[in-house]
Design a protein around this ligand. Structure first.
Ligand code: F6P
Length: 326
């Protein structure tokens, strides 16, 4: 196995708060261990276009507190083709990069997996997405900050919902997963959460209106995970409006504000731990794994497991939400 003297680092896919903390940790841990660091701008696109510069320790000074990614992120259709990946590999050779650390979500890890296999090239992934939809890690970088953003925003919506005795459908992100909706619902004291993997039939919604909103509540908040198939918050609000025209129903779609903001302490800590662990992993000879934190321990998750897209949602959490929102 060739010795690793220089690593490439990049962020890819959708940004997530805490990515900068991970960039900082990877850079500093690499330099501490005597490695060179080459920063790749704009993800796989930048790898193909050769947007690569050497980083020093001070290149990552004063970034730990900022959301987004200083390395930028851009989609790359070209990387999906073997010709594009060949260009990326040529740049890697030209720059003397011996291993790549990719910070991102499932699409980014998918890209690393293909590239690692095609060129027998060492890649390590660090999970960063607000959706929390990767397997093998307790949480992904950015999820906790997004949850806090949702909680604070719903607190504000609650003020006006209560004043006007309204029923609000609040749509949150999740990319087909319901973690933000469910835990955001618990954190903000929502009365219901509609998540893609747990069927909420019309009957259940009616039950909620009859028993919650109508009988005891002056206001109600329903968190809905964005879902292209059902139509998300609009769809459920329409269902209720048709059936209960007397209710004052409003919709609030939180959108991209969930992706921004200064990372929470939790996200800063896990990003720092995972960043440092990525360098330790490479030095130990590990390849093609995602760094995870499972039960507070660093773990190495094979790419194929991490991106399986079958991370289960805990149904008990929905029961808890129901039990304590009566
Ligand atoms: O990965 C986070 C995510 O917020 C998803 O939940 C959402 O579907 C997607 O990004 C939206 O991305 P964009 O509109 O920036 O392409």
């Amino acid at each position: 196995m060739a010795e690793i003297k220089c690593i490439g680092i990049m962020t890819s896919g959708n940004d997530a708060p805490g990515m900068n903390c991970a960039i900082r940790a990877v850079t500093r841990a690499a330099i501490y261990n005597g490695l060179k660091v080459k920063a790749v701008y704009r993800g796989y696109k930048g790898l193909i276009d050769g947007e690569i510069v050497e980083f020093e320790t001070q290149s990552v000074s004063n970034i730990i507190q900022f959301g987004g990614t200083i390395l930028k992120s851009s989609p790359s259709k070209e990387f999906l083709n073997p010709e594009g990946r060949q260009k990326a590999y040529d740049n890697i050779v030209k720059e003397g990069i011996d291993a790549l650390v990719v910070i991102g979500g499932d699409g980014s890890i998918q890209g690393a997996k293909i590239f690692a296999q095609e060129y027998d090239f060492p890649c390590i992934a660090i999970p960063a997405t607000i959706d929390n939809n990767l397997c093998g890690t307790d949480t992904t970088i950015g999820y906790d900050t997004a949850l806090n953003t949702i909680m604070h925003t719903v607190d504000k919506i609650r003020d006006t919902a209560t004043s006007h005795e309204r029923l609000f459908f609040v749509e949150v992100m999740g990319d087909g997963a319901g973690f933000l909706a469910l835990n955001g619902g618990i954190a903000s004291g929502a009365e219901e959460a509609i998540v893609p993997t747990i069927e909420i039939e019309e009957e259940q919604l009616n039950h909620f209106v009859q028993n919650g909103f109508r009988k005891t509540k002056g206001s109600s908040i329903v968190l809905v995970a964005a879902n292209e198939q059902t139509g998300g918050a609009m769809h459920y609000a329409d269902l209720i409006k048709n059936q209960y025209p007397e209710l004052d129903v409003r919709i609030s779609i939180l959108g991209h504000l969930q992706r921004g903001g200064s990372p929470s302490a939790h996200d800063r800590i896990i990003a720092s731990r995972m960043g440092a662990a990525s360098i330790q992993a490479l030095l130990k000879g590990l390849r093609n794994v995602m760094i995870g934190i499972d039960n507070d321990e660093i773990v190495y998750v094979p790419f194929s497991r991490a991106i399986k897209n079958n991370r289960a949602i805990d149904r008990n959490l929905l029961d808890i939400l129901h039990n304590i929102s009566i």
